[in-house]
Design a protein around this ligand. Structure first.
Ligand code: ADP
Length: 487
C-alpha cells in the first residue's frame, strides 16, 4: 500500500492508545482487503478487552487537562489537525479508496466533508455558553453551566471511514471530552491515518484513542465500552439492529446515546417537478457510494402523469455511470463492500422481479466480477416487495407510480425509519405541505445531496437519536449544570 502514498508513514496497522502505536497483546492481526481487487492490503492489530479497558483509562487520564484548556486552545489544535488533513487529502483519499472502494473523486469529497466537521467544531469550541435565567427569588441567583460530559465512545461504520469519525470526534473534543473510537473492521486504515495526523497536530496523548478489532472482537470490545461506568456517552453509526444491541448494553450504566441508524429514504417526484433536475438528483442520491449510504434514496415515487418520461430519462442518465476500480480515472461507481452486500442486492432484485417488477436497466453482476453490480432500475415496484421496506444498500432504484399527494405522503411515511427523504416540486404550497408532512429528520427539496457540517444530521423513529453537525451538534457532548446561589 505504501507505494500509493506520498507520505507512506500515514499507513498504520497498529491500534492507537494513549498516543502510542500499540500491537495486540495477543499478537493477533486481522486482514483488510481491497474490495475492488480482493487484494489483501493490511494486517491490523486485533486488540483484546484489556486493551479496550486501557484505552478507556487513557481517555479518562487525559480528561482533566484537556477539559481545563480554554475552548480557544482546543480550537487551535483542532485547526492544525484540520489543516494537516487538508494538506494530506490525496493520501487519505487513496487509503480510503483502497480499503472502501469508493471512486477517488468521492473519497476526496469525503476527506473534505470529514475535515469540515473539525473546522466547524473548532470554531464552535469558542462559543459554548451557559445562561443566567432571571430569578423568581429575590435572595437567590440562578446560573446554567455547560460542561463536557466526560469520556466518550464512538463506534463507526465502513461506508464513510473518515466523516463518520470526525462528525463524532470533533464536537466531543471541542466540548472538552476525550474519546475512544472503534472504527469498522473493514476500514480501519483511514481512522489510523487520522490519528497519526492528530498526533502531528499536537493533540495530547489519550484525547483520541483508536481500538482496531475484527468482527468477532468488535462485539467483545463493544460490551466493554458499553459496560464501563467511566464512559459517559456512546455515539454509534450503523445498522438499527446493532444500535438496539448497544442501547440495551448501555442501559445498566445509563449512558447518553447518539444513534445514527438505518434509513429507507423516499424520493418523490411530483407532477410539477423539473424532470431533468429530478433525474440528476436521483442519480446523485441513489448511486453515490454505490448506493451504500444511509441517506441514499431507497424508493422512488413518481407521479403517474410523468412516470414514463422520468423512467426513460433516468435510464438514459445512468448509462454514463462508469463502474470499476475507484483508483482508475473516470470511474464513478466502485464495488460493493463485501460479498454479503452483493448477495443482499441480488436477493432484493430477485424478490422484486418474482413479484412483478420490470427490469429497466442493469439487474445483474457486472462483467468485472468481484462485488461489482450494474446500476439498476426497476419499474412497477409495489409495497409488497422487500426492496420497499428493507435497506438495499446497493445501486438499485425501485420506481413506484402514484396518483395523489395524500397517497404518496402516506406511502412515504409507511416505514419504521425516519432519516432522509427527498422530493421535487416547484409549487410553493406543495413544498411547504410535503416538507411538514414527511416524518423524516431530513428533507431534501429539489436536491439529492443534503449533508454538510452546518446542518443538523439525524433521524426520527427507528433511524436514531440525536443530531450531528450544526450548532446543535455539540450539545450532545455537554452536560447542563444548574447552579442556584443564595445571596
Ligand atoms: P453496517 O451495517 O454498516 O456494516 P454494523 O452496524 O454492522 O454496520 O457495524 C457498524 C459498526 O458497529 C462497526 O464498527 C462494527 O464493528 C460495529 N459492531 C457491529 N456489531 C457490534 C456489536 N454487537 N457490538 C459492538 N459493535 C458492533
Amino acid at each position: 500500500i505504501r507505494h500509493h502514498l506520498k507520505d507512506p508513514s500515514l499507513f498504520k496497522e497498529d491500534a492507537f492508545i494513549h498516543g502510542q502505536w500499540t500491537k495486540a497483546a495477543t499478537g493477533e492481526r486481522f486482514a483488510v482487503n481491497n474490495p475492488a481487487t480482493n487484494e489483501h492490503i493490511a494486517d491490523v492489530a486485533n486488540v483484546d478487552i484489556a486493551q479496550a479497558e486501557r484505552a478507556i483509562g487513557a481517555a479518562n487520564a487525559a480528561l482533566p487537562e484537556w477539559c481545563s484548556k480554554t475552548g480557544k486552545e482546543r480550537a487551535n489544535m483542532m485547526r492544525k489537525w484540520f489543516e494537516l488533513i487538508t494538506e494530506h487529502a490525496s493520501d487519505l483519499a487513496t487509503l480510503m479508496t483502497l480499503e472502501q472502494g469508493k471512486p477517488l473523486v468521492e473519497a476526496m469529497g469525503e476527506v473534505s466533508y470529514g475535515a469540515s466537521f473539525i473546522e466547524w467544531f473548532a470554531e464552535e469550541a469558542k462559543r459554548v455558553a451557559g445562561a443566567i435565567p432571571s430569578t423568581t427569588w429575590s435572595d437567590k441567583r440562578l446560573m446554567v453551566l455547560k460542561q463536557p460530559i466526560g469520556v466518550c465512545v464512538a463506534i463507526t461504520p465502513w461506508n464513510f471511514p473518515i466523516a463518520m469519525i470526525t462528525r463524532k470526534i470533533a464536537p466531543a473534543m471541542a466540548a472538552g471530552c476525550t474519546i475512544v473510537i472503534k472504527p469498522a473492521e473493514l476500514t480501519p486504515l483511514s481512522a489510523l491515518a487520522l490519528a497519526e495526523l492528530s498526533m502531528r497536530a499536537g493533540i495530547p496523548a489519550g484525547v483520541i484513542n483508536i481500538l482496531t478489532a475484527d468482527e468477532k472482537q468488535s462485539i467483545a470490545i463493544g460490551k466493554v465500552l458499553c459496560a464501563s461506568p467511566t464512559v459517559r456517552h456512546l455515539s454509534f453509526t450503523g445498522s438499527t439492529e446493532v444500535g438496539r444491541i448497544l442501547m440495551t448494553q448501555c442501559a445498566p450504566t445509563v449512558k447518553k446515546l447518539a444513534l445514527e441508524l438505518g434509513g429507507h429514504a423516499p424520493f418523490i417526484v411530483f407532477e410539477d417537478a423539473d424532470i431533468d433536475a429530478a433525474v440528476a438528483g436521483a442519480v446523485a442520491s441513489k448511486f453515490r457510494n454505490s448506493g451504500q449510504t444511509c441517506v441514499c434514496a431507497n424508493r422512488f415515487y413518481v407521479h403517474q402523469k410523468i412516470h414514463d418520461v422520468f423512467v426513460e430519462k433516468f435510464a438514459k442518465a445512468i448509462q454514463s455511470i462508469k463502474v470499476g476500480n475507484g483508483l482508475d480515472a473516470g470511474i464513478t461507481q466502485g464495488p460493493l463492500i463485501e460479498p454479503a452486500a452483493l448477495t443482499k442486492v441480488e436477493r432484493h432484485v430477485a424478490d422484486a422481479i418474482s413479484k412483478g417488477a420490470t427490469l429497466v436497466a442493469g439487474g445483474k453482476r457486472s462483467v468485472l466480477g468481484g462485488t461489482f453490480y450494474e446500476p439498476t432500475i426497476l419499474a412497477n415496484v409495489d409495497k409488497d416487495m422487500l426492496i420497499t421496506h428493507e435497506e438495499t444498500f446497493g445501486p438499485v432504484a425501485p420506481i413506484i407510480p402514484f396518483a395523489s399527494d395524500d397517497e404518496v405522503i402516506a406511502l412515504a411515511n409507511d416505514s419504521q425509519y425516519g432519516l432522509a427523504s427527498y422530493f421535487y416540486s416547484r409549487d410553493i404550497g406543495r413544498i411547504w405541505k410535503a416538507a411538514e408532512a414527511l416524518d423524516y429528520g431530513i428533507v431534501g427539496v429539489n436536491t439529492g445531496i443534503i449533508s454538510n457540517e452546518v446542518a443538523p444530521f439525524g433521524g426520527i423513529k427507528q433511524s436514531g437519536l440525536g443530531r450531528e453537525g450544526s450548532i446543535y451538534g455539540m450539545d450532545e457532548y455537554l452536560e447542563m449544570k444548574y447552579v442556584c446561589i443564595g445571596l
